[in-house]
Structures are given as C-alpha cells and as structure tokens.
Design a protein around this ligand. Structure first.
Ligand code: PLP
Length: 355
C-alpha cells in the first residue's frame, strides 16, 4: 500500500530530556527508551492522525484482544549515525512490507507507508541525539501493533494501536553460544504464523529455550516440525552453516522468517565470491560434516546481534564442538555489512536511506 500524501502528524515534545541520565557505554539491550514515542490508532475503519508525544505508559481495557488472543505484531530495525552526524536507516521498506505481511496474517489492518516510513523519519529527527556515533552504537527501532478493541469474543479487533518506540543499543555480544538441535519442539509449522513477526511466536519459544538453558545451552536450532531433519532457524535468528568454503542457509518459507540480515549477507557473500547454497541442510549432514572436519562455522543472523557465532551444538545428547578458525565468514561478512550500515564503505547495493 502506498500513500503519496505527505504525513500530517501532531507533535507534543517532552518538557525535558532524560538523555543525560543514560549511561550509553553500559546499555543492556532494550531497557532504555528515548523521550518520545509515535502512536497511531485505527478505529471506525480508518487510521487516525498519528501523534508523536512523550514516552509514557498508557491504559487499555482489560478485555482488549491483545491480552487474550495475542493479536500483536512487531518489527526490529536500527538507525546508525555516520562520521558526519547523518542518521541512516537500513532497507526500511523491507521492514515496512514485512510488517504489513505480518498484519495481514494476523487479520490486522495494514499500516500506511506514510505513517510507518515518514512517521519513523519524523521521530528519528526528533531523537537524533540518541543515535550515537561510532561502530556498534545504534538506536534500536521497535514498531509494533496491538489489538486494543475491548471484548473477549474470539474474533479480530476493530481497534488497533500502531506505535514506534526507540531504544539506544550497543551491538551486543552474547558470549559463547551453544545450541541444541530441536528434536521435539517446533517454532513454526506449515500453515502457521512462523513467517510473521507475531508476538505468540516468541512466547512459544520461551519454554523450550528455558529447558535448553537449564542444560547449559543458550539457544535452540529449530528444525522442521514434520520430520525434525531440516535445520531452519537459530533462536530468533536465521541460521547459516559453512561447510568447507560453502555457505548454506535454508530457503525462506512459511516456517522461516524472511530476515533482512539473511538476505543482505547472502548478497554480500555472493559479491565476495563465496559460494552460497540456499537449501535445507539436514541434521545428519551437519553431524557428518562435524565428524569429518568439513563443518567450519555456524552463525545466526538478525538485526539485533547482526551475526552471532555458534561454538557448538548438541544433537541426541552428543555435543559437537566447532573448530576455532581464523578469517571466519561470520566476522568478515559482519564487517562488510556493518561498514555499509555505518557508511564506512560504499553502499553499492543502494540499501541505506538517509533520515
Ligand atoms: C526478526 C527475525 C529474524 C531476523 O530478521 P532480520 O530482518 O534480519 O532482523 C529471523 N528469524 C526470526 C524468527 C525473526 O523473528
């Protein structure tokens, strides 16, 4: 959906900024939010005028559908500041389109492009000071939509709230990540909502991940729900495998989220001359590759951590450790991608958008 009208938006600025109370060197991911938030409500079958106002809690009726049926979706993106103090977004229309695909799947109204993209640019302009210069500093952007219509009847709401909140973040390093390959639980199923960034996908992951944590593993590599033989995603990230010098990642599907980081890394890898295979890697291939030494790397890919190297995996209670290697694809590709995002390298792909 594309609206060519320039966005009309109400702006109520905060009386004072809390930016001076924030320790930007020691940020836990997603705990601190900026001074303002964007809000746009849907009612009477139409999107209302958006407003940017001070960040604050709000009231919703206890019977709102979001609380009972989880009609809720979100996106995750980042803003980057270059050495000339310009603020940049990375492929924002990918997030915009994915957001509306998620909305459609959850029977929610699609958000107009003007509200999502122009609204985002407007609030980022107001919060420019919260985007810090220097590699690794970002402003994490969380657009989301919830069903706020009252009434516990199990059907789609007629009222929704779209919001954008912003959280300063350091590129996070999660320590050594060991994973368990899922043999019972599933993240997604054919015909389900796995391809949508729908809230319930993430809460459904908490319990199996907790069990993995108790065994000393940080994440789960999800396999296909029907046979548990195909390797699909790692935690809430897409997953890449390097066997010898070939990079392998699963094709996106109803079960696999179409990550912007994933598709960007694929394009960068191809440009670097790395051979890339888009196919389902099977669990037994992975185990064999680990045994014969051809398995070099596994890493997750997503906006929050960019690239998350995995040091070992467990399958059927056997632990397989990955070799420690120099010049990893994970590190090289991460550097190439972040150099584009921070405008250190030429953006030959045309992915960056100035605020
Ligand atoms: C968001 C997400 C990703 C990564 O997508 P990016 O656009 O790269 O941030 C991968 N898998 C799942 C399940 C996700 O929710």
């Amino acid at each position: 959906m594309s609206l060519n009208t320039t966005l009309e938006i109400d702006i109520v600025t905060a009386l004072s900024s809390k930016i001076d109370t924030v320790d930007f060197e020691n940020l836990a991911f997603g705990n601190v939010f900026t001074d303002h938030m964007l809000q746009c409500d849907f009612k009477d079958n139409a999107w209302q005028k958006p407003i940017i106002k001070p960040y604050e809690p709000f009231m919703i009726d206890p019977s709102a559908k979001v609380f009972h049926y989880g009609q809720a979706i979100f996106e995750g993106m980042k803003a980057y500041k270059d050495e000339n103090d310009e603020v940049w977004l990375f492929r924002p229309d990918e997030n915009f389109h994915r957001f509306n695909n998620s909305a459609k799947r959850m029977a929610m109204p699609e958000v107009p492009e003007s509200v999502f993209i122009e609204g985002l640019k407007t609030i980022l302009n107001i919060e420019k000071n919260w985007v810090k210069k220097g590699l690794g500093n970002t402003l994490y952007i969380r657009p989301f939509m919830i069903a706020i219509g009252a009434g516990v009847i199990a059907q789609p709401s007629t009222q929704y709230r779209f919001m954008i909140i912003l959280s300063p973040a350091k590129s996070y390093y999660s320590g050594e990540v060991k994973v368990i390959i899922a043999e019972h639980f599933s993240r997604a199923a054919n015909g389900g909502i796995g391809a949508a960034k729908a809230a319930g996908n993430y809460s459904a992951q908490f319990y199996p991940t907790k069990l993995a944590n108790e065994k000393g593993f940080q994440q789960i590599i999800w396999t296909d729900d029907a046979t548990h033989t195909k390797l699909e995603e790692a935690g809430t990230m897409n997953v890449f495998f390097r066997i010898n010098d070939t990079l392998i990642t699963a094709p996106t599907s109803e079960r696999i989220l179409d990550g912007v980081t994933r598709k960007s890394l694929i394009d960068i890898a191809k440009k670097e001359g790395i051979s890339v295979e888009i196919r389902s890697l099977l669990v037994h291939e992975l185990v064999n590759a680990s045994k014969d030494g051809s398995l070099k790397e596994i890493f997750g890919a997503g906006t929050a951590a960019v690239v998350n190297p995995i040091v070992g995996f467990s399958f059927q209670d056997v632990y397989y450790e990955l070799p420690k290697i120099q010049n990893s694809f994970a590190q090289n590709l991460k550097e190439k991608l972040t150099n584009i995002q921070y405008k250190i390298a030429d953006d030959t792909f045309g992915w960056t958008v100035k605020i």
